[in-house]
Design a protein around this ligand. Structure first.
Ligand SMILES: Cc1ncc(COP(=O)(O)O)c(C=O)c1O
Length: 343
């Protein structure tokens, strides 16, 4: 059975977190002489450490109660926190799939946690038979599942996902960075069913705010409390909290961009499929395409020479380039450049 208290690293349970001025006095009115701030100017005050106003706004758009929301300095902070809360260095393990988002592996290494990597099958889906025997490993604490997956673009099969979540006594993090571009619904609807599930989303992709660094984790309040205990007190700046609040208020900006990117994804797929240099385009639920070409290194270098930068994924997916969907004009430049490649 899943038991959060057994899972959390001992030192984290004992940890006395830093208590900042805003933890001691939570009111908003008064003369504030408690945080050694400069009394002058507009950016002189420390941010709200728990981002309460922003969480309420996110709660409204995502339909998740504020106490089930954690905000990180990008999703990458949330990935790192998972290792720091749940894994004892040089002892515990995590598991992910390949090819997938590289940061899980890097974050594991930074935290001195062994990462097991299972290959996705020929359709870039989870091979459930290879996962199930691993779930009983006592030192396996975390499983990272990226859906839609980067760099393959596809959503993971829902029944395989739910099998893993329901049979594993550790934490499953479903990374839904690209979910707003997908037809599939979010796993956050299943949070009440699975106390060991963390669903991660971000403002970096569909909301077009990669520079502000705000990632979201949706999970049981007990998990959120451990994240809050471990995070640096002021992990999201006031400027960035306000920027996200403004973007959320403008719903049509978000829906319009997602619509445009999805429709360009369809158009670019159709155009690229006509080109002889393209061997295969993997179906995408994200804002990028995984495109197999005859010689990825050569095509990559040719595009760079033409000042078009895509991601060469040859090292993880043979002869594949990961191409982000840009504006119509940018996509046309890419398509025309690829058209000029001789057979
Ligand atoms: C699958 C996936 N998760 C998370 C991230 C990082 O998101 P953030 O900008 O919120 O750190 C990326 C960035 O490319 C990604 O591809």
């Amino acid at each position: 059975m899943f038991d959060l208290e057994k899972l959390v690293r001992k030192s984290v349970k004992k940890l006395d977190p830093y208590s900042c001025a805003r933890d001691d006095y939570k009111g908003r009115e008064g003369i504030f002489l408690d945080a050694n701030e400069n009394p002058f100017g507009a950016l002189n005050r420390y941010p709200d450490p728990y981002q309460n106003e922003l969480k309420l706004a996110i709660s409204r758009i995502k339909g998740v109660p504020a106490e089930k929301i954690f905000l990180g300095n990008g999703s990458d902070e949330i990935i790192d926190l998972c290792f720091r809360v749940f894994c004892t260095p040089d002892k515990d393990k995590a598991l992910t799939f390949s090819p997938s988002y590289g940061m899980y592996q890097v974050s594991a290494a930074v935290n001195d946690v062994k990462m097991l990597t299972l290959p996705l099958n020929e359709k870039y889906q989870i091979d459930i038979k290879s996962v199930l025997p691993r779930l009983s490993d006592k030192n396996l604490k975390l499983i990272f599942i990226c859906t839609p997956n980067n760099p393959t673009g596809n959503c993971m099969d829902r029944s395989a996902l739910e099998k893993i979540i329901s049979r594993f006594n550790g934490i499953v993090l479903a990374d839904e960075a690209y979910i707003d571009f997908a037809d599939e619904s979010s796993l956050k609807e299943s949070l009440d069913k699975y106390p060991n599930l963390i669903v991660m989303q971000t403002f970096s992709k569909a909301y077009g705010m990669a520079s502000v660094r705000v990632g979201m984790a949706f999970a049981a309040p007990e998990i959120i409390r451990y994240f809050n205990k471990m995070k640096p007190p002021y992990n999201i700046s006031t400027v960035n909290q306000h920027a996200v609040l403004r973007r959320i208020a403008n719903k049509s900006y978000f829906t319009g961009q997602v619509r445009k990117i999805r429709s360009e994804r369809m158009r670019v797929t159709a155009e690229l499929n006509r080109l002889s240099v393209v061997k295969k385009i993997w179906p995408s639920d994200a804002n990028f395409l995984l495109v197999e070409v005859k010689d990825a290194d050569a095509v990559y270098n040719y595009l760079v020479d033409n000042k078009i930068i895509v991601r060469n994924r040859n090292s993880v997916a043979k002869n594949c380039l990961r191409i982000t969907i840009g504006t119509k004009k940018e996509n046309d430049i890419l398509i025309n450049a690829l058209k000029r490649i001789k057979k």
